[in-house]
Design a protein around this ligand. Structure first.
Ligand code: AMP
Length: 304
């Protein structure tokens, strides 16, 4: 089953205490699409400006990412810039230039509308809803969000939640959204607002997954070197969605657990280099190898 992915496509400038790279491919949809493409074909919806490198379209094509839904608008591509502190987790947004993103309406090409699996990567919830409005009969909808929408467009976000099967957000966003300090209370409260499943990411501390009567907690892959944490969350969401779509039909909770590990594995590769550089060269066998290591690390009892 292919995954329709909508979100931002950006040229990012990222600074860490030791490195800085300007105008590199970024954006929630870019990370999510590449993450998902390791498991399922992707149909991408977004917008770029006339300064966007043509080579990225060639790259998408080579990775089974259909970019028919990427609009080419006159003007500059969306630009975002951020700087990380020494903990490589705390991040300050330095600048945002919406450019062609400002007037973006995500129109879904007719050939995409039958897609049964949809990932609404991080963009304004009203735009996420606009995409769902155009879909014929989506079977499974995954959505990502961020603090900006919780703070500025809360009513739109609340209206979207009952239309979502799996909501993915990070720990501080879950706390902000529910005004709960406990992530367990927060996860349950968000589920009660609509999504059948809620995944809460905790950065280097792993992730939690809430179902109706099910719960799963996993750690993060222990990495020595992190070069650029940008897009880890989007890659996690893309990997999870791509894996779930590849299972087809109705995913079981065991599928969700595996999807969370694959999402974590992909995110761990993504942060090993700037922008999407590590993901560009990543091979399937490296993903499987890290998945196996992850699994053996997570077993707390040896079953004979
Ligand atoms: P993450 O590190 O998972 O929070 O995602 C970072 C990516 O989100 C960067 O590549 C940015 O280009 C993109 N981004 C930043 N702000 C926004 C926004 N307001 N809407 C959509 N995408 C954004």
């Amino acid at each position: 089953m292919s995954v329709l992915i909508v979100g931002s496509i950006a040229l990012d400038t990222v600074k860490t205490p030791v490195e800085e790279h300007a105008d590199q491919l970024g954006g929630s949809a870019s990370y999510a699409a590449l993450g998902a493409s390791f498991f399922s074909p992707v149909k991408l919806v977004g917008v770029v400006g006339d300064d966007f490198p043509e080579s990225e379209f060639e790259f998408w094509k080579s990775r089974n990412i259909d970019a028919e839904g990427v609009q080419r608008a006159q003007g500059k591509t969306f630009r975002w810039s951020g700087e990380y502190a020494w903990d490589m987790n705390t991040r300050e947004t330095k600048s945002v230039a919406l450019n062609v993103f400002e007037t973006f309406r995500p129109d879904v090409p007719a050939s995409y509308r039958k897609s049964e699996f949809v990932l609404l990567a991080n963009i304004a919830p009203a735009l996420q809803a606009h995409v769902l409005d155009q879909m014929e009969k989506p079977r499974f909808v995954v959505a990502d969000t961020m603090d900006l929408w919780i703070e500025t467009t809360r009513a739109d976000l609340d209206a979207l939640l009952p239309r979502v099967d799996l909501l993915i957000l990070n720990d501080s966003e879950a706390r902000e959204m529910t005004k709960e300090t406990s992530l367990i209370k927060a996860g349950r409260k968000i589920r009660a607002a609509g999504p059948k499943y809620v995944a809460i990411k905790k950065g280097e501390h792993g992730a939690l997954l809430f179902g109706e009567n099910e719960f799963f907690s996993c750690g993060a892959y222990p990495l020595e070197d992190i070069h650029d944490p940008t897009g880890a969350g989007d890659t996690f969401a893309g990997g999870m969605a791509g894996y779930l779509a590849a299972q087809g039909g109705d995913p079981t909770f065991a599928d969700f657990r595996r999807a969370m590990i694959y999402g974590s594995v992909l995110a761990s590769f993504n942060v090993e280099a700037f922008s999407l550089e590590r993901m560009r060269t990543l091979q399937q066998h490296e993903i499987e190898e890290r998945y196996r290591v992850f699994r053996s690390m997570s077993q707390f009892e040896v079953v004979t």
